[in-house]
Write a protein that binds this ligand. Sequence first.
Ligand SMILES: *Cc1c(COP(=O)(O)O)cnc(C)c1O
Ligand code: SF4
Length: 520
Amino acid sequence: MKRELDSATLELIQILIKKSENKNKISNQMKKKLDILFENAKRKELTFPIIEFFISLKNTVEEYSMSAPDIGFKKEELIYLAKKHQEIDEHGVSVGGRIIKAANVVSEANHRIMAYVENKNSISSGIEIWDRIQGNIERIKKLLGMNDDEWNSYEGQLKHAINSVNTLSKIIDLPKNAIEDIMRITKSYRMRLTPYYASLIMPLDMGDPILIQSVPTGEMIDNSGIEIEPVASDHSPARLIDQFYPRVVSLKVTNMCAMYCTHCLRIAHIGKKDKLFSNDAYSEALDYIKKSKNIRDVLITGGDAFILPNEKIKWILKELDNIKHVKVKRLGTRIPVTCPMRIDEELLRILSESNKIKPIRVVSQINTAREITPVSRRAFRRLSENVSAVLDQIVLLKGINDSKAKMWKLCETLQDSYVRPYYVFNCSYRNPQFSHLRVPIEVGRDIIEGMYGNISGDAIPKYIATAGGKIPLHRDNVIRNEHGIVTLKKPWNGEMVEYPDADRRIYENNNSSFRKYIKD
Ligand SMILES: *Cc1c(COP(=O)(O)O)cnc(C)c1O
Ligand code: SF4
C-alpha cells in the first residue's frame, strides 16, 4: 500500500523546490556534506537519517535562497525519501509532520518550562542536600547524646524529641528575641520536633521551610484575638467520628503526633496533652460505622494514625476488614516525613496483610521537597510496596510552597519518591494562629493551573478549600463580590459558604514568621 503524502510534507517539499531568482552557490564542502546525508538517508532503513537530510537541506535552502534542484536534489528524489520515511515509521508519521509540526510543539513546550528548569536547581530537595543534613545529624546526635541505635529507632526519636526552646536553641542558632518569643508561645502551644525533623533545618536561615512548619512564632498568640469555635461538634455524629459525606468518614484514632505543626488545622483536637483513647471510644466509633451501611471508605486519622502501636493499628484494620460494607481504608500520617524510622517491618506486614483483604491508601502530608530525604523516600517506597497507594495532601503555605518552582519541584519529587500528589489545601481561615502563613486563593490557583500541560498529569494535585467538607477552588466555584468577600459553592448541595481569603497585606509582608526576628 502506497501512502499519499500529507499536506505538511507537500508544504515542506514546496518550500524546498521553490524557484529563486538568486544565483547563489554553496561551497563544495557543503554540497559534499548534503550528498553524504542523502546517501545515508537512501541506504539506511531508519527514519532519523531522512529527517537529518531534510533538515539540513531546508536550512541550506533558506540560508542561501536556493532551491533543492539548484543544489542538486530533484523533486522526485525528495518524494521518494518522504514516502520511505512514512513507510518505515510505525505510525506512518510523515517527514513534514515531524519537522514542521512536532518539532515546534516540543520546542514550544520546552520553552514554557525554561524558567522552571533554571529555577528548580536553586530549590533543593532533602535528597539533594543530604550531605548537609548528615552534617546536622552528627551535630545533633552529639548535642542530645544520642547513639546510632537511638537515632535510627522510633523510640529513640520520641525519647529525645525537642520540646523546649533551650534545647532547640542549641541546635539552631536563634536570635535572642526569637528565643524569648518562642518561650512565650510554648506556654500556650506545644512544640515538639523529632531530632530527625530538626536535622532537616538549615541553621541560620530564618526563611527555612522546615523551621517555619515546626517551631511556633509570636504570631500564633498575637493573631488569635478571636477564638473560632472548634469545628468538631458540627459534624461528629458519633464518638471519634467526623462525617460530611455519605460514603466516607474520618475516624480520629488519636490526638497525638510525632511533631506538632505550626499550621495544624486540628490544633484544637491535638490539645495540650497526649491522650490515650479508651477501648470504649473505639468500640462506639466502630459500632457507628457498622450500622451505617452507606459508609464504604474509612479515613483513619488523628493526630497521626501511625502514632498508635502496631497492635492497635492491626486491631482497627481487622475490625474494619470485618465490616462488609467498608471497602477501603485510608491512613492519615505525617510520620514518614517527621519520623520515618517508625515505618518498621512489623507495621509494613500488618498493612500488607490488610491490604490483601481490602485496599489501603496511606495519605501523608508533605509540604516541601526539603522534607523528602533518602530516609523518608525509603519509607515511602516500603509503604508503596505494601499498600495500594501512597498519596500526599499538601497545605499551601507562605514561604514554603507558594511559588510555581517550589510547588512543581515538590510534586515532581513526590512522584520520584513513590507518592502521588492528591490535594493542595488552601490554608484555612478558621485558625487565626496561622493566618500569617496563609496564601491568597488566586496565588494558589495560578500555581496549580500552571502545572497543566507542563508536568505529568499524575503529579498534579487538586486544589481545594476545607470549609465544612472539601470544596474545589476552580474559577467558577469561587465567587468574589465587590467588597472582595469570597463565597464558595459546595458542589454536593449547592450551599454557598463564605470563605475569608488570605489578607493580601499580611501575605505580602515579608517581615513575618522568623524573618521578623533577624533585626536583632
Ligand atoms: C478530608 C476528609 C474526608 C476525605 O475526603 P476525600 O475528599 O474523600 O479525600 C472525609 N471526612 C472528613 C471529615 C474529612 O475531613
Ligand atoms: S501531623 Fe497533622 S495533625 Fe499532627 S500537628 Fe501536624 S498537621 Fe496537625
